[in-house]
Design a protein around this ligand. Structure first.
Ligand code: HSE
Length: 404
């Protein structure tokens, strides 16, 4: 029998409580025992909730209760969540989390702590919501040398871009809808500025390449600069704008990871990933390309992945699961300066001048473009080369074009 405590009764935490209750019999059958929710830690009381009587306010109650063997951390952030995770692991309890910020910033040390105490630290829900990606990457693709992981990793920004593309909504109106649907982080800055996608590519890259890759090693741009005119120019050349997190292994073995808006060809499977859906493609030297797709945000999809980890921890009490990686370091990554690409450039510059600066370009057109505005696709070059050529020009948007 396993007894569970949930830390944080927000969107995901309450989803976990609901799934544990609704699917209790099925879960018990699968783990050959039972999984029972004993406590929920939150600052607030929830007198009207069916789980109201399980609320406690003091983590020490959970920490000191030997019956609790699994702690679900759905607080988020890397401060109090880190302290409680450390204390739970040190007390010999397995910890399951959906907290990508904590795993991306401190995953290695928490995994080491879990090993020290013979318990599991599991985080399937931290990337891709309900999409099974962590175990497949660690286990099913283990035979491959992975050369690239690339994905649409943030549901909120994908929802916003989809609504801009499909319904012509402004960025602000689309963000409001995403927040109303409960997809956005408490502070939407983490979504729209790309930090959430950055944390997720850190986790995927650490797993895929075996060393901890930290958020500060991943240059990140979000979607706040994407305009409806960029959407129209992209459409004119059969492309869609998508925020991609990518981690590429160079021939020197070092990882170039980054998060940036990209223009993706209409026929690319990533272009068809809409609304809150996420997709992750992994390129391995035996399997070729493989893609994982599903609901990347939302209460029940995320809870589904958390509860699966809870079941795994319950089933493997005596044989903890280690889904971990090695230490990070400055030798692990390089800035993506040498990753060559075609570029989408929009600027208030006459076409002839852009041609002069950038050489061979494809000129784009859109209805209603003001005079003097110009948008092009360039030939492949590095970002450094592009910036050098455009040094005297004020640019609007500059996005990478995903190669075919
Ligand atoms: N805010 C996140 C997203 C939630 O929109 O993808 C899931 O991690």
């Amino acid at each position: 029998m396993s007894k569970v405590a949930i830390l944080g009764f927000g969107v995901v935490g309450s989803g976990v409580a609901e799934v544990l209750k609704r699917n209790g019999a099925h879960i018990g059958e699968k783990v050959h025992g039972s999984v029972e929710l004993k406590y929920i830690l939150d600052l607030k009381d929830f007198p009207d909730s069916p789980f109201g009587e399980k609320i406690v306010h003091d983590f020490a109650v959970i920490e000191g209760d030997p019956e609790v063997d699994i702690v679900v951390e759905t607080i988020g952030g890397a401060r109090i969540a880190k302290e409680y995770t450390q204390r739970a692991l040190a007390a010999g309890k397995s910890v399951v989390t959906s907290n990508k910020e904590l795993v991306a910033k401190h995953g290695y040390e928490l995994m080491e702590l879990a090993r020290e105490h013979g318990v599991s630290y599991l985080y399937e829900a931290s990337v891709g919501g309900g999409i099974p990606i962590i175990r497949p990457l660690k286990q099913c693709l283990a035979a491959n040398e992975i050369t690239e992981v690339c994905g649409i990793l943030n549901g909120t920004t994908n929802y916003i871009l989809t609504r801009m593309i499909r319904a012509g909504l402004s960025f602000d109106a689309a963000l409001k809808e995403a927040q109303q649907n409960g997809y956005a982080e408490a502070d939407p800055t983490a979504d729209i500025e790309g930090h959430d996608a950055c944390r997720k590519i850190c986790i995927l890259a650490s797993l895929a390449f075996g060393r901890h890759i930290y958020p500060e090693q991943v240059p990140t741009a979000g979607i706040t600069g994407v305009t409806l005119s960029d959407v129209a120019y992209a459409d004119s050349c059969g492309r869609k704008i998508k925020l991609l997190g990518r981690a590429i292994r160079g021939e020197d073995g070092r990882i170039r990871a980054f998060v940036e808006p990209h223009l993706v060809r209409g026929e690319d499977p990533l272009a068809g990933v809409e609304d809150v859906f996420n997709a992750i493609t992994v390129r391995g030297n035996a399997i070729g390309d493989v893609m994982f797709y599903g609901r990347g945000a939302g209460k029940l999809p995320t809870a589904s992945a958390v509860v699966a980890d809870v079941m795994d921890a319950a089933r493997n009490k005596d044989r903890p699961k280690y889904i971990d990686w090695g230490p990070g370091g400055e030798d692990v990554t390089l800035p993506p300066d040498d990753v060559s690409s075609s570029w989408y450039v929009r600027a208030e510059v006459p076409a002839d001048r852009l041609r002069q600066l950038l050489g061979d370009v494809t000129l784009l057109a859109r209805a209603g473009a003001p005079g003097g505005e110009c948008a092009v696709l360039t030939a492949p070059m590095t970002r450094g080369e592009l910036d050098r050529r455009l040094s005297e020009v004020e640019t609007g948007s500059v996005f990478r074009v995903l190669e075919d």
